[in-house]
Design a protein around this ligand. Structure first.
Ligand code: NAP
Length: 499
């Protein structure tokens, strides 16, 4: 076996959100510094840069939803979007991520060169890179989905998606329509209602809501954290345990946690919404947790205010004056907010991704079935890592935690290359099939097959999630099972990529 400790790869990371930034940090820790990040926007931050709607906040406790190596003295249990954006910008500076990022360019193609055994990557600004590894950190939900409602373009007033908030529109005295009732809507609607606007919420499907008051941390406690950051460790441990032992286990089918979750959300609805008719309208007919659980404490109070109107009749079309319902009633509006979610399985697309022997991403996923090995490796795409790929998310758990586990695994895989044991590493098709079977086998007990439509589902209605406890996710990547991998050595290229 060749030992060549000098071999240092070139790595291209796509996206400077929380995961792409983490990739730079983890690679540098491992001694890999030839790293370039391509970011389409002009700042780091990903979802927390893009989403600036009123009320935007994390719905996972921030001591858990942050990097394990960079705790922060959060102002409240769940940080606002602005606080998270500042946190990521702080990390980007402190860990010198910024210097690796090329902003304002979008990757248009990633092509595997069979002859050279490397990736060629092009951007819309004419950049051309040839690299050993690509890490796609493009996130799960980043392409806003516009609703396919007839007449949307005919609306006379301003209409915009929550992920592209129009801060220039003066909403004073306006009648605002909000289409959609997902996690985002549950955050934005209370802000609009509490600001005194007339708000019409168009609900197609009600959501189960887990009550979690976003209590602020007192200043004296934050000062103690700032003075001694290790004092935050028990808080992280507590929230991590809460999410992993309660939330994740409830969703993957542990009976006690699941029963507790059911009692909690159903009691909350009963106690928080006193009007029986309204409560009826807000009661889902599917299993608790089937759609991603909304974690919120402000929506139910807001929707009961006189200036909030829950519209549950189906939408017929949008007209210049407002929303026409199937019953024929027109809801007159001045502004329209589309809280209609994201194209869930875009991952790296729309860029062109072509792997070994001309294999295109569509050849693997064209039927709307998304497969991977360990939610990060794809057959036919050597030396390519798709962060948070098919097989994540894990319920309402922190995607930053998932990315940390995946990157440890990725760095160890790159270690194989660095030691010269292989030049090209990809999962075998059998490993992908085995991981897909493993995921499917766990779904039966999970809540995600509980009779609902959700952004977790693929073209066959199969949830694309990890349906096991967190520890199983961690364990599945602790060891590198070489029998899961095709590892190609290219004798001709010995030392070719050495620094
Ligand atoms: P979402 O959960 O996909 O919700 C989209 C909403 O729009 C649903 O209520 C959907 O109704 C409705 N909708 C879509 N098309 C429609 C149409 N043509 N007519 C009527 N209604 C339509 O999107 P989201 O609320 O933006 O949340 C997406 C995910 O982002 C969340 O699940 C979560 O993972 C993440 N998120 C996280 C946080 C956080 O704090 N960490 C905050 C916000 C969002 P149906 O239910 O009937 O399809």
């Amino acid at each position: 076996m060749t030992q060549n400790p000098q071999r240092t790869p070139s790595v291209l990371v796509i996206g400077a959100g929380a995961t792409g930034m983490l990739a730079v940090i983890r690679l540098r820790e491992a001694g890999i510094t030839n790293v370039t990040v391509i970011e389409k926007a002009d700042r780091v931050g990903g979802t927390w840069r893009d989403n600036t709607y009123p009320g935007v906040a994390c719905d996972i406790p921030s001591h858990h939803y942050c990097y394990s190596f960079e705790p922060a003295p959060w102002k409240a249990q769940c940080a606002t979007g602005a606080e998270l954006k500042d946190y990521l910008e702080h990390v980007a500076k402190k860990y010198r991520v910024i210097e690796r990022v090329r902003f304002g360019r979008t990757v248009t193609s990633c092509l595997w060169d069979d002859a050279g055994g490397r990736w060629t990557v092009d951007t819309d600004k004419g950049d051309h890179f040839v690299v050993d590894f690509v890490i796609a950190a493009t996130g799960i939900l980043h392409h806003p989905k516009m609703p396919d409602i007839p007449g949307l373009d005919s609306f006379a007033g301003p209409a915009w998606h929550t992920a592209r908030w129009r801060h220039d529109v003066d909403l004073q005295g306006q009648r605002i329509g909000v289409i959609g009732t997902g996690s985002t809507s549950h955050q934005v609607v209370p802000e609009l209602v509490n600001a005194g606007h007339q708000v019409h919420v168009f609900q197609r499907t009600p959501q189960w809501v887990f009550p979690f008051p976003n209590l602020p941390f007192p200043e004296w406690l934050r000062r103690r954290w700032i003075a001694k950051p290790e004092r935050m460790r028990p808080w992280k441990t507590f929230y991590k345990a809460f999410i992993e032992q309660f939330f994740v286990k409830a969703t993957v089918g542990h009976p006690v946690q699941n029963a507790l979750l059911n009692v909690t959300v159903k009691s909350y609805l009963r106690l928080a919404v006193r009007n029986r008719d309204l409560r009826q309208k807000l009661t889902p007919d599917y299993r608790v947790g089937c759609k991603r659980m909304v974690v919120n404490f402000t929506f139910y109070p807001a929707i009961q205010k006189p200036n909030a109107h829950l519209e549950t009749e189906a939408i017929e079309r949008i007209e210049p004056e407002g929303v026409r319902l199937k019953t024929g009633r027109l809801v007159p509006l001045d502004a329209l907010v589309l809280s209609t979610g994201f194209h869930n399985f875009n991952y790296v697309r729309p860029m062109t991704l072509v792997g070994r022997n001309g294999h295109r991403l569509e050849d693997s996923w064209g039927q709307g079935r998304y497969t991977s090995a360990h939610a990060v490796l794809m057959a036919h795409f050597p030396n390519f890592f798709l962060m948070l790929g098919p097989g994540t998310p894990i319920g309402n758990n922190s995607v930053i935690g998932m990315a940390e586990e995946q990157l440890d695994y990725v760095v160890r895989l790159i270690g194989i290359w660095r030691r010269g044991e292989a030049d090209e590493i990809e999962p075998t098709p059998q490993a992908v099939s085995a991981f897909t079977r493993y995921i499917k086998a766990g779904l039966g007990k999970s809540v995600w097959t509980g009779g609902c439509q959700s952004w977790y589902l693929d073209a066959d209605g199969v949830p694309v999630v990890f349906p096991y406890p967190w520890q199983d996710f961690v364990r599945s990547m602790k060891e590198i099972n070489t029998h899961e991998l095709t590892m190609v050595r290219r004798p001709r290229l010995e030392n070719a990529h050495a620094l």
